[in-house]
Write a protein that binds this ligand. Structure first.
Ligand SMILES: N[C@@H](CCC(=O)N[C@@H](CS)C(=O)NCC(=O)O)C(=O)O
Length: 192
């Protein structure tokens, strides 16, 4: 079985999959999803044209959630609980909102509370982080499990891109820092 992962180095959605792929033999294609030439090729791999995509022999698997489900089954790991899925949904909500704000800036739009699309994201990010902060205090991220990999991906990416200051959420920072020295975490840290 050949596993090929299409992703980029800093992407939070890709990093969680790279961590989950630990122990499996796979090829990593580090690509630029915004490059028009690459997008032409990528159409034949995924119509969604987002990262990550995992190609297993001739089968493409789109979206980190479906890839994760596939890898959980492949590695015979227990299915995620509803509580864990909620953690991931809240982390994804923050990630998606920061992506929208980032794309707004890259598109040279007015990224402010005056624009509905951006004010919705600016409202969602702190409420999700406050909820996640409470979960962190309860120990939700003490193990280096899949939700924790998702959290690490979010915080390191947002800091790498200078998109968000997490200092109002010390329990989340502390939860992430518990795992900073793990080889797998260090090996997948975002780089330019
Ligand atoms: N729900 C998707 C989100 C993936 C996603 O947004 N990936 C970003 C990179 S971090 C991307 O490919 N963006 C390109 C685009 O939106 O066209 C997943 O979980 O895989």
């Amino acid at each position: 079985m050949a596993l090929e992962l299409y992703g980029s180095n800093p992407s939070p959605y890709v990093r969680r999959i790279r961590m989950l792929l630990d122990g499996l033999d796979y090829t990593f294609h580090n690509v630029n999803v915004y490059d028009p030439e690459f997008r032409k090729i990528y159409t034949s791999i995924t119509p969604i044209k987002k990262l990550p995509t995992l190609v297993v022999d001739d089968q493409s698997i789109f979206d980190s959630h479906v890839i994760a489900q596939y890898l959980f089954e492949l590695k015979k790991m227990p299915a995620l609980t509803l509580g864990e899925l909620n953690l991931i949904s809240a982390i994804d909500a923050v990630t998606d909102s920061l992506v929208i704000l980032f794309m707004g800036m890259r598109s040279e739009l007015e990224v402010s509370n005056e624009r509905l699309i951006f004010s919705l994201q600016m409202d969602r990010v702190p409420t999700c982080l406050m909820w996640l902060e409470e979960q962190a205090k309860l120990g939700a991220f003490d193990q280096l499990n899949y939700p924790t990999m998702c959290l690490i991906g979010l915080i390191d990416w947002a800091e790498f891109r200078q998109l968000y200051d997490f200092s109002d959420f010390p329990a989340l920072i502390a939860a992430k820092q518990q795992h900073d020295e793990v080889e797998l975490v260090k090996a997948t840290f975002p780089t330019a």
